[in-house]
Each structure stands twice: as C-alpha cells, then as structure tokens.
Ligand binder design. Structure first.
Ligand code: PLP
Length: 378
C-alpha cells in the first residue's frame, strides 16, 4: 500500500520530542538581552518553577548551554578529582558514556557491566563498594534510554547515603517523568536535558547537586564550572551568554508541567507505558527490558520482522520511531512517551499495526489500539 503523507513527519523518538504549541510560541519571540532586569526576573522565576518540579527548596542547581552530555561531563569534572575511584554502571550506551567521561577526566573507573537491557542489582553495587572501600562515586542512569531499562536509584541511594560516596544520576530521560525525591532517596547529583520531558529543543542541560556534593566542588572546570555558575545563577545571571531563548521557553515548559503536577505526570506516563507495552505484546512484539522505564518503550518486533525495516515502513507513513544503539542496534525499536499525550500513542500503535500488516504479519486491525485504550481508560 502507498502511504501518502502531506503533513510531514511526526517525531516519536525518545528525544528530541515534539514541542507543544505554547512552547513553540515562546521560542518564536524576538531575542532579549541577557544582561537585563527582564532576563534576570524571568530566569529567577524559571528557577523557582524548577524547584517545584523536584519539590526541593535548594538553590544548588545550574543550567548550562549544552546538550545533556555537557552536564554529565560537568558532574565528572566538578565533583571528582583525577585518581578518584568511581563505579560506572554499564548496561547501555549511556552507561558507557559515564565510563568514557570518567576516564577522560582521569578518574579510576570501575565498570560494573551488566547485560544490555538488564537493571543493575543494588547488591552488586554494594559488593563493589565492599571490595573497594575507597570508591568516591557511583555513576549511573535512572533511565538507560538506549535499552529502556530502569535502574533503582532509590535502592542504591540507601547504600551510598551515609557513606563518603556521591550518587550521580543521569536522569536525562527521567527528570520531568518520575517524581524524583533527591533528599529522601540520597541522590547527590541529577543531570537533565531540555529535549526530553521538558519538550524543548536540545541545547540546555541541568545539573542539581546535594550539600554532600557541594562539599566536594573543585575548580577543575572552566566553562562547566558549577561553583562559578551557581553563584551567578542564584542571582538570576549566568557566567557566560546563556541559551536565552531556551531559558525563556523552559519557563513556559515548567508552567505546563506544573499545571499537571509531577505526581500526575508520573501516573500518566506509567499508564501510557503499561498500555503501549501491552498493545505491542498483543501485536507479537516483545518488550525488551525486564524492568522497563516509563519514559519510553523499547521492544523487539515480532519474529521474522526486522526492527529497522519496520521503522522504514513507519517512516514512509510519516512516523519516526528510534532504533537501537550500540549492542542492540538493528534489534529493537523505541517509542517515546515523554511529551506525548494519550492519543498520540493511538497513532503510534495503529501505525505499527498497519506497518506490520504491510510487512506480511497477520494482524487483526484494532487489537493493539483496543488493548491500549482499555489500559489507559482503566
Ligand atoms: C539517558 C541519557 N543520557 C545521556 C544522553 C545524552 O544526552 P545529549 O544527547 O543531550 O547529550 C541521552 C540522550 O539521549 C540519554 O537519553
């Protein structure tokens, strides 16, 4: 069948995600200068809203004009010194990134490798710490987006809380999705990125840090200096030219998110995730990770169908899903829930039904969609 597509492409990838109209309007405004009262006021307001998102009154957070990896690099530079021993949980592409960044900045990285798609066992983290009592940090993802696996940062926080160990969490696809409670859970550093649940274009990263992490701050970084930035940003300014437009649009994004509330956002994403998983299974797909995140779904297509062929047919309909990366390249496909409404997933699932049929699979139309709707309506 020929799929006509006049409307352009819909982006269902786990970052960047589609940008709501209200945010696009904020992005389309004429630039303002950043060394002005107008910018300072808007920036301080944005900071207040961000505090509400993580229910945390601390001023210990900064925004950088960079993609998420910039804030990951800043974490490694600012809170550790060369020679510090850290554990990087490696079960996907972004776990690998922690290990690479650590080595790049002279840290002594112990890789805690797990099969891609699996979640790390907190006991395994405890064992490494027992074996290496001089460990200074645990670096991991809360949502390992390359496989869709969830790592239980709360359980790991219980282990590191009362030790001289920083728990550094890449929450790039978890911030704005989960109701993260950094103090309660014992998290020391949280990293986020604008093009995920904040529904903004890429280019803005976020780094939050605890008092325990604050005591470790050093002067190793220049552009990514947390010390320099946090002093300026608390006063509504930045050390260097900020991503002005993205900051102003972030204010709008946070307002949208807080109108729903983070608890409700988490509930919505959980339901959506459950519905998408059940629908895909109904269509013969297999959800890839054992313990999946709610920010996206990663799945294997039905036996006999190649993931990238399925994505190609979907693209001909104007539906862009993401593929696998690294060790799971070509094996899985991934759909974002971040920034998506319930009905967006109806389009994604019905398109998958159509594409599977096109690829020769016996499909009863509506089976996946019906399953999904039953889950979200329950
Ligand atoms: C969990 C996770 N970590 C890190 C990154 C890298 O972020 P960026 O591409 O914004 O540098 C991503 C991006 O997809 C991610 O999902």
């Amino acid at each position: 069948m020929k799929f006509y597509n006049f409307k352009g492409e819909r982006v269902f990838t786990p970052g960047p995600v589609e940008i709501p109209d209200r945010i696009r309007e904020a992005l389309s405004k004429q630039i303002i200068h950043h060394r002005t009262k107008e910018f300072t006021e808007a920036f301080l307001k944005t900071r207040e809203l961000f505090k509400k998102l993580i229910s945390n009154p601390s001023e210990n957070f900064v925004f950088f004009a960079s993609s998420g990896t910039g804030a990951m690099e800043a974490s490694v530079q600012n809170f550790f010194k060369a020679g510090d021993k850290v554990v990087a949980v490696v079960g996907g592409k972004f776990g690998e990134r922690w290990a690479e960044l650590g080595r790049c900045w002279g840290l002594d990285v112990i890789e805690l490798s797990i099969e891609w798609g699996k979640s790390v066992d907190p006991e395994a983290v405890e064992d490494v710490i027992k074996k290496h009592p001089d460990v200074k940090g645990i670096l991991l993802q809360m949502s390992e987006s390359s496989t869709g696996a969830y790592h239980d940062v709360k359980a790991i926080g219980e282990i590191t809380k009362n030790k001289d160990i920083l728990l550094v969490v890449d929450a790039i696809t978890a911030l704005g999705v989960y109701n993260i409670k950094p103090y309660e859970w014992g998290i020391d550093v949280i990293v986020g990125g604008s093009q995920k649940a904040f529904m903004l274009p890429p280019g803005l990263s976020i780094l939050w840090f605890s008092e325990k992490a604050e005591r470790k701050l050093n002067n190793r970084a220049y552009y990514f200096s947390v010390k320099k930035e946090v002093e300026k940003q608390k006063e509504g300014q930045t050390a260097y030219t900020p991503a002005i437009t993205l900051i102003l649009a972030l204010k709008e994004a946070l307002e949208i998110m807080l109108e729903v509330g983070i608890e409700e956002l988490e509930r919505k994403y959980s339901k959506m995730a459950e519905g998408v998983r059940r629908a895909l299974e109904e269509l013969g797909c297999k959800v890839f990770p054992e313990n999946p995140v709610i920010s996206l779904t990663a799945a294997l297509p039905p036996v006999g169908i190649e993931a990238d062929k399925l994505r190609k047919v979907l693209l001909s309909m104007g539906i862009r899903l993401a593929g696998g990366q690294g060790k799971v390249k070509g094996k899985i496909f991934r759909i974002s829930h971040m920034g998506m409404d319930y009905l967006d997933m109806v389009q994604a699932i019905s398109s998958i039904e159509l594409a599977l049929k096109e690829l020769g699979k016996k499909i009863q139309f509506g089976k996946g969609v019906g399953t999904y709707l039953n889950v979200i309506y329950s």
